[in-house]
Design a protein around this ligand. Structure first.
Ligand SMILES: Cc1cc2nc3c(=O)[nH]c(=O)nc-3n(C[C@H](O)[C@H](O)[C@H](O)COP(=O)(O)O)c2cc1C
Length: 188
């Protein structure tokens, strides 16, 4: 079985995870914007990972379109964000963001993993700087600040780095399991 890793990444952390996963699996990692139908046709297992940006996942719109056309694939999904992957809320929101663009029959069926990225404020584009400034203004006024809120406020303007390539192990293992298991139905 052949595996393909697709990713949507603005600042490189999701890309680093995607390349690490592809290297471990001995397959290719492609930015989703460069993926062609031929790439999809050749793959049995498709892993897609995208950075989380205020209610959307980078590259997921295109990836979901490609996956809807290629219905016979076994799929593994992951997000890369600042939110703590150990929290049930982080996992629930990641699944919800993916499922917004999935057909009803695939809802609740696909493996979704949450990996942690980072942020370097001086590297952000103008639009993202403005979005973060609005979020920070909101958090400053918020009454019951969570630990994550406090962390975001204290690191604002600087840099936070949680990227840990070894945390991608479960994604690799799930893709291996799907590619070996002849009984796993494809998601047609
Ligand atoms: C404008 C903006 C919005 C973001 N929104 C979220 C968010 O809603 N949830 C989250 O967990 N991380 C959020 N992040 C953090 C990114 O997901 C994090 O920087 C991630 O590493 C980006 O992946 P990339 O480096 O592959 O682009 C946001 C970052 C920016 C700049």
């Amino acid at each position: 079985m052949k595996t393909l890793v697709l990713y949507g990444s603005r600042y490189g952390r999701t890309e680093a995870y995607a390349k690490h996963i592809a290297q471990a699996l001995g397959c290719r990692a492609l930015p989703v914007g460069k993926a062609k139908r031929k790439d999809m046709a050749e793959a049995d297992v498709v892993i897609f990972g995208g950075g989380v940006y205020a209610g959307s996942i980078a590259g997921w719109r295109k990836a979901a379109r490609l996956l809807r056309r290629a219905k016979d694939k076994r799929i593994v999904l992951f997000v890369c964000g600042l939110a703590d992957p150990a929290k049930e809320k982080t996992q629930r929101e990641a699944r919800m963001l993916f499922e917004k663009k999935l057909p009803p029959e695939q809802k609740g069926t696909l493996p979704v993993f949450c990996l942690r990225g980072g942020i370097q404020y001086t590297k952000l584009g103008l639009k993202h700087r403005a979005m973060m400034a609005m979020l920070i203004a909101y958090l400053k006024k918020k009454r019951d600040k969570s630990e994550e809120d406090k962390q975001l406020l204290s690191s604002y303007g600087g840099e936070v780095e949680f990227t840990d390539l070894s945390s991608a192990r479960p994604v690799i293992e799930e893709a291996e399991r799907l590619s070996k298991d002849r009984n796993t139905p494809s998601l047609s």
